[in-house]
Design a protein around this ligand. Structure first.
Ligand code: 5GP
Length: 194
């Protein structure tokens, strides 16, 4: 996605060979126009896939997921990282190792929002080693629902999450795929800029 690649190049900060900071449009401040285009792009890429719900992880997955939900006309559920006093019914939980925080988080959703008949599109901001996506797949399976596909805003292709999920047979669509962050430079797998 050309617009996203341009934004990454102009505003992204390479913190190390493995970490990209995009706090100015995705992870802290959010660019609504870009999120709208991202939502539209996900809807196009999954237009041939039956989807009844979108499942993401708080907090950075929420903005792109809501925009995708708007274009796909389906509800959006976000797994919560903190226990909530009101989140008690039929709770589904799994442990996710956080790439950026270097710790395990228990993430949960209420099973009342996921039915066996649901075709769930999993969306997230970044894909690194696949732990967040695997956690969301686990929650979907616990509910007896089906994973329809996985949509990622920024995939770091030099880490193994993408290969793992594709080898498991999932349709993975990433809007920007980064080949390398070496020498403080962002290099895309395919450069879509004209
Ligand atoms: P994974 O679970 O695939 O190893 O890592 C994905 C999760 O870690 C995402 O939900 C995202 O929040 C975070 N993450 C992984 N790599 C990066 C990165 O380079 N930059 C930022 N901002 N977040 C990342």
């Amino acid at each position: 996605m050309e617009l996203l690649q341009k934004k990454i190049l102009t505003e992204g900060k390479v913190l190390s060979d493995h970490v990209l900071k995009v706090d100015s449009f995705l992870n802290h401040q959010v660019d609504p126009k870009l999120m709208k285009e991202i939502g539209k792009e996900f809807a196009e890429r999954f237009s041939q896939t039956p989807v009844t719900k979108i499942l993401t992880l708080e907090s950075s997955g929420i903005a792109p997921a809501v925009m995708a939900g708007l274009y796909m006309n389906v509800p959006v559920i976000f797994a919560r990282k903190r226990k909530s006093l009101t989140l008690t019914d039929n709770l589904l939980s799994t442990k996710v190792y956080s790439f950026t925080k270097n710790e395990y988080n228990e993430v949960s959703v209420s099973g009342s929002f996921l039915q066996k008949s649901d075709q769930v599109l999993i969306l997230d901001d970044f894909l690194a080693n696949g732990q967040a996506a695997l956690g969301l797949i686990d929650l979907t399976k616990q509910a007896g629902a089906t994973v329809a596909g996985i949509g990622i805003v920024i995939e770091k292709s030099f880490q193994d999450g993408g290969d793992r999920l594709r080898e498991m047979g999932f349709k993975v669509e990433s809007l920007a795929r980064i080949k390398s962050l070496k020498n403080k430079q962002v290099e895309f797998l395919i450069d879509n800029r004209k």
